[in-house]
Structure formats: structure tokens, C-alpha cells
Write a protein that binds this ligand. Structure first.
Ligand code: ACM
Length: 616
């Protein structure tokens, strides 16, 4: 009897310890969450005798292994040996990278035992993702740039089977409104790859600036990359300060190569037919009224001067794209297509004649003709598939293009119902230029409120969509517009940590997502972002207020805090909240003039984040 009791209690202890391991978000703090992770006791210790074993004569895996060894060296000073798997080595203390057919392109299997780590995949891309998971199982200092002494480089034992739910997991940066240095672009790509995001959408041309060198058209950058001034905040006043910048083709190649090594595809965007003022300022003959004078736009918003669908314009665009073919190997090219007012086409005799000749009934159809023509060129001459903002559907769908749906879900569903592929970046859930903390106290941003939790809960496929249409949804993208973002530091602040949540939005199936588990893992993630010196927002630590700004008083106000297991205490009498102040549980009703002061607390009484006060 005693024996049986002992065995049962041993078994119970084992089960409890495995449950405890499984529930340890720091030990297994991988983001995005792997499809399946079996926690196990013990750990693999990387030491100076650890050998990385790779298949023979696979240059790409050799590159991944060399980068891994380089990273370990930077952070620990240890010089790991990389060796072909055929060479004689001990059967333990290895990190084995091995190829096996039959897994998905980006899938990987990761096995960590006390003796060795094995990453198995069908492609180097999968191997690369296995390595990213190993980094995330290691202490966050693995992402740093200096050797840390005395740290235990331990990888907790586990079995991981992983593959993405969606093939497109993207991030867009607008460098048209404010030029951003290539170093920032590379930093973003690096952080994307760490979270297994695979498409960087580079919004390179705008009314306010053309940002890429085109050898055949030097005025694009001589004239088109500089604007006279920029608006001050959201006023109509100009700052009287020129703003400019562009990437040389050599710099573009450097960025694309940097991204290639990280399994990120760089998708260039050349906006057409709208958002073309900078190009028209450089070459007025691209407009419908070449005799008029143009300047690079100095204000934000939608502009009326757009490309005119003439032979000269098409030649220009074809020559521009032909130069890009040598720079961007991406199978997808973005051609814009959004916010294209029809005014100039309506005014232009040339456009009206063209519409008659083509038998087109509206300017919307003329836009479709424009997109169709460019899509055909890009496919035939470059083998490229065109992505366009969702307006490309407005004058009739162009077959085989991909619709990037930003005005909510409806355009995506229109595309899918025509058996067209779509990428979701619906502004309310995916625009990273929106506020993530109180708009009354944050630096000026775009008007809507998009906190981390809302980003996390987004899923690109609506429940109502029939299963056979699901494959047309390629994935999701975070989009960062820069009208109110002037510096790389501010880009980082707006992008992170929300872009991290987006990585999980596009990687995980709906039923695999878990907000509580995600925010628990974020505690390790912030340490990683610290190691990478990312200037992320600290909104995670503070109480957020949720209410309808337009509603009349008295109105309901909800409070939330992202920090795991933090509780919110508040006061309504202007006093500093303490743990003895009322505990928030349900929404509060406030009248004009009320003041709510809030503070997050942990169970042990420690404060989380700042005291947040809100006056109504
Ligand atoms: C867009 O927000 N105009 C794509």
C-alpha cells in the first residue's frame, strides 16, 4: 500500500512538474506561438565544445549555421565549430540542421534534448525558422551585440512542430512621407525575421517624395525626392524646412540582400496612377497637363495630379519597373492603386478620347485599364504578380492580381468571391500609425485607437467565409504610414510591440491564439527587444481607457491593462490610487469633469507602469 502511494505521489509530482513547465511562458516564450510544443524536463547547454552539424554542400544552410555561430560568438565569446554531418563527431553536444522532404516550405521540427538539438525541415527557410525558435528559447541576451560573461546558454528541452497558418506575414513602411535611413529599414527586417514574418512592403513613392534612384530618370530623385517644407503637426502651416532623401540602387541591393539572408522578401511599391505628384514634379509630361507647374507635395492628403494614361507615361513606368527587376527578386510587386481622384482625367480631352477608343464608360474603368496594362507588363516582362490597394477592384477586377484590403474586410471578401487572392491590412486592426495609448497625452498620431490587445485579437478570415475560399486569404500585414512619424525612433515606437502581436496573428490558426499566454510571453519578448535596442512603446505596462469619444455624458468607461495578472485600482477623488483604492472590475460611469486616476498592481503589491490620470 505504502509503495502504491509512493508511486502515485511520484507520478503526480511528475505530472505537476510537466504542467508547471508547460505553463512557464519565460522558459518557452516563443513568439509567434508554435503550432505544437511539448515541454520536457532538462536543458541543452551550449558550450565551447558544441558543434553545429550541417548537410554537405548546402550553401544556404551553411550560411544559416555561420550566422548562428556568429551570433553565439558575439553574445558569449564562444567559438562554435560548424561541420558537415558526415564528419566524425561525438554523438552528444551537437546542434544538427538537417533536411527532410515532405514538410511545408516554412515548416520545421525542433527537438531539444539534454544531448542535442535537432532542427529538421524541407527547406533552408524552415531550418532558419527552427533557429529563430532556438534563439527565443535562449536567454534574451542572445540578441545583444556584446559578450555577456557568466551566463548559462541553456535551451530548455522540448519537441516543437511548427508551420505558419498564412503564407504572407507582412510589414509595410512608408518612406515617402518621411525618408527613413536604410539602417532603420534593416533593423525592421531583422526584427521581422526574428518573428518569422516574411514580406517587407517598401512604400517607396509618394506625392511628398520619390525615394529610389532610377538611372534612366535622374530627375526623379534630383527633384522628386525633396520637398520644400512639411506640415507642422496636423495644422495647415508649413515648417519652412526642406525634407528629402532617397536610396541609391546600391543601397537597395544591400537591403534586399540583408533581407534575403533573413528569409524576408522585399516587395517594392511604386504608386500609380495616384500619389504621383513627386514624379510629376520631376517630369510634368507624365501628367495630363504638362504645361502646368508642379512641385513635390508639401501637405498630406489625397492629391489630384495623377499619372495620365499616355504612351509616354507607360513607357516611363515600364522603364522604371525594368530597372527594379534587377533590384527586387520578389515575385510580388505592389503598384498602389489607392486614392486616385478622377478630376484630371475628367478634364483631359486625351483621357476622354482614350475612353471612347477603348469603349470605357467611366474613369473607374480607365483606372482598371491602367492597372491591367501594368499588370500584364509586370507579368510578361518580369514574371511578377501585382499587388494593389483595394481600389484596384473598383472599375472591375484585374485577374491574377492580389488585392490588399485596407478599407476593412469588405474589399477582401469581394476579391475572394471572385477567386482572387487577398492580403488583409484593414486599417482599424492593422494600421500602426494609430494611437496605442491615450490620444490626449500621446504624441500626435493618426486619429484611431489601436491598442495591442485589439491587434492581437484580429484574425484575417471572418467566421462567415466558406472554407473553400480560405486559401485565397494570403495573410495579414501591419502598415506604418509616416505623416506624423519623422524619426527612426518614432517608427520603432509605433511599430513595437504591436508588430510582434501581428506576427502571431498571421502565424497561428484562430483556435491556437491565446491572449493571456501571449501577454505572459511578452515579458521575455520585451527583454529581447531591449537586447536589440528597440524603442518600443511602454503602453503594455499602463492602464488603458476605453470609451466612445463621441458619446454623451454620462458615459461608460472601461479600463484594461496588458501586463499579465496586474489588477487595476482607481480613485475618483483625485487621490493617488493605492492597493486599498477600489479594485476595477466592471465599466465605470463618468460625467463631464470627472477625474479617474488609475494604477496597475501585482499580487505582491508592486506597482506596474505609471499612474494614469484621465479628466473627462
Ligand atoms: C491607404 O491607406 N491609402 C492605402
Amino acid at each position: 500500500m505504502k509503495m502504491i502511494k509512493k508511486i502515485i505521489s511520484c507520478l503526480l509530482a511528475l505530472i505537476l512538474s510537466v504542467v508547471a513547465l508547460a505553463n512557464d511562458p519565460i522558459r518557452y516564450g516563443i513568439i509567434p506561438k508554435p503550432k505544437s510544443l511539448k515541454p520536457m524536463a532538462g536543458e541543452f547547454r551550449i558550450n565551447r565544445h558544441t558543434v553545429i552539424l550541417i548537410p554537405e554542400e548546402d550553401k544556404l544552410i551553411e550560411e544559416i549555421a555561420a550566422d548562428f555561430a556568429d551570433r553565439v560568438k558575439r553574445c558569449s565569446g564562444m567559438d562554435l565549430r560548424v561541420s558537415p554531418s558526415t564528419s566524425p563527431v561525438a554523438v552528444h553536444n551537437n546542434i544538427v540542421l538537417t533536411l527532410r522532404e515532405g514538410m511545408g516550405d516554412e515548416a520545421y521540427h525542433l527537438s531539444v534534448t539534454r544531448e542535442q538539438i535537432t532542427i529538421t525541415a524541407s527547406t533552408p527557410h524552415g531550418i532558419y525558422y527552427g533557429v529563430q525558435s532556438v534563439y527565443q528559447l535562449l536567454p534574451p541576451q542572445i540578441y545583444g551585440e556584446t559578450a555577456v560573461k557568466g551566463l548559462k546558454w541553456a535551451v530548455p528541452c522540448c519537441e516543437i512542430e511548427d508551420a505558419p497558418r498564412f503564407p504572407y506575414r507582412g510589414l509595410m513602411l512608408d518612406v515617402g512621407r518621411y525618408f527613413m535611413p536604410k539602417e532603420l529599414v534593416m533593423k525592421l527586417i531583422d526584427v521581422m525575421s526574428m518573428h518569422k514574418q516574411n514580406f517587407f512592403h517598401w512604400h517607396l513613392t509618394e506625392d511628398q517624395g520619390w525615394r529610389i534612384e532610377i538611372k534612366k530618370y535622374p530627375r526623379l530623385t534630383e527633384i522628386g525626392s525633396v520637398r520644400r517644407e512639411s506640415p507642422i503637426g496636423n495644422t495647415k502651416e508649413g515648417d519652412n524646412t526642406p525634407h528629402g532623401g532617397f536610396y541609391t540602387q546600391e543601397e537597395v541591393k544591400e537591403v534586399v540582400e540583408y533581407a534575403r539572408k533573413r528569409y524576408v522578401t522585399v516587395v517594392p511599391e511604386i504608386e500609380l496612377p495616384g500619389h504621383a505628384t513627386a514624379a510629376i514634379a520631376a517630369y510634368p509630361e507624365l501628367s495630363c497637363f504638362p504645361e502646368r507647374t508642379y512641385e513635390v507635395a508639401t501637405t498630406w492628403g489625397v492629391k489630384k495630379d495623377i499619372f495620365c494614361p499616355t504612351a509616354a507615361t507607360f513607357r516611363f513606368l515600364e522603364e522604371v519597373f525594368s530597372e527594379l527587376f534587377d533590384l527586387f527578386p520578389s515575385p510580388y510587386y505592389h503598384i498602389g492603386g489607392d486614392e486616385c481622384p478622377r478630376d484630371r482625367w475628367e478634364e483631359s480631352a486625351c483621357c476622354q478620347d482614350l475612353m471612347k477608343v477603348l469603349g470605357l464608360e467611366s474613369e473607374d474603368q480607365l483606372q482598371t485599364f491602367f492597372v491591367q496594362r501594368m499588370a500584364k507588363f509586370l507579368k510578361e516582362k518580369g514574371g511578377k504578380t501585382v499587388i494593389g490597394w483595394d481600389e484596384i477592384l473598383d472599375g472591375g477586377a484585374v485577374p491574377e492580381t492580389v488585392v490588399m484590403s485596407y478599407r476593412g474586410h469588405a474589399p477582401a471578401m469581394r476579391a475572394v468571391h471572385q477567386n482572387m487572392r487577398t492580403i488583409l491590412t484593414p486599417n482599424r486592426w492593422s494600421y500602426l500609425d494609430y494611437y496605442q495609448e491615450d490620444p490626449d497625452t500621446e504624441e500626435l498620431s493618426m486619429i484611431l485607437f489601436l491598442p495591442l490587445e485589439k491587434v492581437y485579437h484580429y484574425y484575417p478570415i471572418p467566421d462567415t467565409l466558406a472554407k473553400e475560399k480560405h486559401p485565397y486569404v494570403m495573410g495579414q500585414q501591419g502598415s506604418l504610414w509616416t505623416e506624423y512619424i519623422q524619426t527612426p525612433r518614432r517608427v520603432e515606437y509605433m511599430a513595437f510591440p504591436r508588430a510582434v502581436a501581428m506576427s502571431e496573428v498571421a502565424w497561428c490558426a484562430k483556435e491556437e491564439k491565446d491572449w493571456n499566454w501571449f501577454r505572459a510571453r511578452m515579458l521575455k519578448e520585451f527583454e529581447r527587444l531591449d537586447s536589440k535596442k528597440i524603442n518600443y512603446s511602454k503602453a503594455f505596462y499602463n492602464v488603458l481607457f476605453h470609451f466612445d469619444r463621441k458619446a454623451d455624458f454620462p458615459k461608460k468607461v472601461g479600463l484594461s491593462i496588458d501586463y499579465p495578472e496586474a489588477r487595476i485600482h482607481y480613485t475618483l477623488d483625485g487621490k493617488e490610487p493605492t492597493r486599498r483604492s477600489p479594485l476595477y472590475s466592471d465599466s465605470l460611469t463618468v460625467n463631464r469633469g470627472n477625474v479617474i486616476r488609475t494604477q496597475g498592481f501585482l499580487k505582491d503589491g508592486r506597482k506596474v507602469g505609471k499612474m494614469i490620470e484621465k479628466k473627462f
